[in-house]
Design a binder for this molecule. Structure first.
Ligand code: SF4
Length: 151
């Protein structure tokens, strides 16, 4: 029997190039272009999917040279999307950053009301940041919480 530890890095954030994203978009991720449910964000490396306006946003690893012919709310040139599972909930930001908010396969999802903690614990794995993030995070979680599975 082989015994070992899984040291895969848990990615929670990647950055691509945003096309016409005016405000943070929160949605559930799918790789099924025929998904007709609302509140979904499509991951696709097939450019024929990019004109679909059924999805809140489209994420792709492909590089788009001329984005003017495509529907808005696309992030392209993303280094990898493999780590995102079907049903994960992500925030798609105007600057091209994609944050994973909820991982469907994890028992350790949590919500940070703010990162402006003033405790400065030595062992902190999430060092406090001195920036006013309350409004941004409230807006994001207000959209995320209704999408989290009830169980
Ligand atoms: S562990 Fe980090 S986030 Fe938690 S109370 Fe300490 S400094 Fe704040």
């Amino acid at each position: 029997m082989k015994v070992g530890l899984d040291f895969r890095i848990m990615l929670l954030k990647v950055k691509g190039k945003a096309v016409s994203i005016d405000e943070t978009i929160v949605g559930k991720v799918t790789r099924d272009p025929n998904n007709f449910e609302k509140d979904y964000i499509l991951i696709s490396n097939n450019s024929s999917d990019f004109n679909s306006n059924r999805f809140k946003s489209i994420l792709t690893e492909l590089k788009i040279e001329d984005s003017s012919s495509y529907y808005s709310n696309i992030i392209h040139s993303i280094p990898t999307l493999e780590y995102i599972s079907e049903g994960d909930i992500v925030a798609v930001n105007c600057d091209g950053v994609i944050n994973t908010l909820y991982r469907i396969d994890s028992y350790q999802n949590s919500i940070l009301a703010t990162e402006r903690c003033n405790s400065n614990c030595l062992m902190c794995s999430q060092p406090p940041k001195d920036r006013d993030d309350v409004e941004y995070l409230f807006n994001v979680y207000k959209q995320m919480i209704p999408l989290v599975p009830k169980d």
